[in-house]
Write a protein that binds this ligand. Structure first.
Ligand code: GSH
Length: 344
């Protein structure tokens, strides 16, 4: 068993060793949890129903290691762009991150893990959750080092409900420096932008632009997402036309409102980050299950999606298609309603 005393001093060496030791275990837990809300397992736990994956060094950075995770893609840890910018956005706001903040905090089950508290953000998530993916995209955009904790959606512990999110949902984050815990994806993203994006790249400071951004987010959550999901889940032919019309109206709003190339104009913002996971699912699921191409009648929206989805931050978070199929098939089999198990 590794211990702090016997560990190499270099954070990257620590991380490489942790990766070697943890990988088989982590892959096992990902297989078990893949596509399933039921799923977190593993002996590396913060609590009985969460498993924490700690970032390890796969690419050099001024932080020593830049980290992240690719759940379900059998690569547990993300290598950020090795040509990495000399100063990441995180560093522009916060100054150079120092490797000395990393340390081995504990050992369990023969594996050395890095302390969650050594990274600025702890990310509570589920593998296939589009709301969590929004937050993941923003952390990738801002290059915030983070750890990932998988939450068991069907068996939320008192710990998670009390300490992290009383609604029991993911995503949620904990800010290591301030101790702040934030949930609700759109609120988390604004928090991350306020905390880590000194340049206001993702959340403009100008009031009208901020309002427009929030209106896009509101439209997405109250119009587009339910229209897509209820059409996809619909098994009643007599309701099909009305549901298709609801989706058409929701998409029309994009078609008329997109400034281009991003939703608000030249800059990629939180509005694009929030929308991408939902458009990824919209395009793929309707083609797969309904043989429909929902963006074909909306060329500006289609062009936006093509452009925005090419960003590295989104590429790093893309969900595997087979897992999406598995998930939607499971939803279809149980007549899952929009909003899920708990409507809050
Ligand atoms: N409004 C929430 C929605 C989050 C949400 O619905 N998360 C789902 C997974 S995609 C969840 O945690 N479901 C568990 C439950 O409903 O108990 C947000 O934007 O964060």
């Amino acid at each position: 068993m590794a211990s702090a005393a016997r560990s190499p001093t270099s954070p990257c060496a620590l991380a490489r060793r942790a990766q070697k030791q943890l990988l088989p275990l982590l892959l096992t837990s990902l297989y078990v949890s893949a596509g399933s809300a039921a799923g977190s397992v593993g002996t590396i736990t913060n609590s009985p129903s969460t498993s924490t994956m700690h970032g390890v060094c796969t690419a050099g950075s001024p932080f020593g290691c830049i980290l992240g995770s690719r759940l379900g893609q059998r690569e547990v840890f993300t290598a950020r762009n090795p040509e990495a910018r000399s100063r990441t956005r995180f560093e522009q706001s916060h100054g150079p991150a120092t490797p000395s903040r990393q340390r081995v905090s504990r050992t369990r089950g023969g594996s050395t893990v890095l302390s969650a508290t050594t990274f600025p953000v702890e990310f509570f998530t589920l593998e296939m959750c589009p709301y969590a993916q929004r937050v993941w995209i923003v952390m990738e955009e801002l290059q915030i080092p983070y750890t990932t904790t998988l939450v068991n959606a069907r068996d939320k512990t008192a710990w998670y409900l009390k300490e992290i999110n009383p609604r029991g949902k993911v995503p949620a984050i904990r800010d290591a420096a301030t101790g702040a815990v934030v949930y609700e994806s759109l609120i988390i993203n604004e928090y991350l932008a306020d905390r880590f994006d000194g340049a206001h790249a993702l959340l403009p400071s100008e009031p009208a632009a901020r309002a427009t951004l929030r209106l896009w987010n509101e439209h997405l959550d109250t119009q587009l997402a339910p229209a897509h999901f209820t059409l996809l889940m619909n098994k009643n032919e007599t309701q099909a036309v009305a549901k298709e019309e609801a989706l058409r109206l929701a998409l029309q709003r994009y078609e008329e409102g997109i400034v281009g190339p991003y939703l608000l104009g030249d800059a990629f913002t939180l509005a694009d980050a929030a929308a991408l996971p939902f458009f990824e699912r919209l395009v793929f699921s309707l083609e797969h299950f309904k043989a429909a191409r929902p963006l074909d009648d909306f060329p500006r929206t289609k062009a936006w999606f093509k452009h925005a989805s090419a960003r590295a931050s989104f590429e790093a978070t893309r969900r595997p298609k087979d897992k999406l199929v598995e998930l939607y098939e499971r939803f279809l089999s149980v007549d899952y309603k929009f909003g899920g198990l708990n409507k809050s």
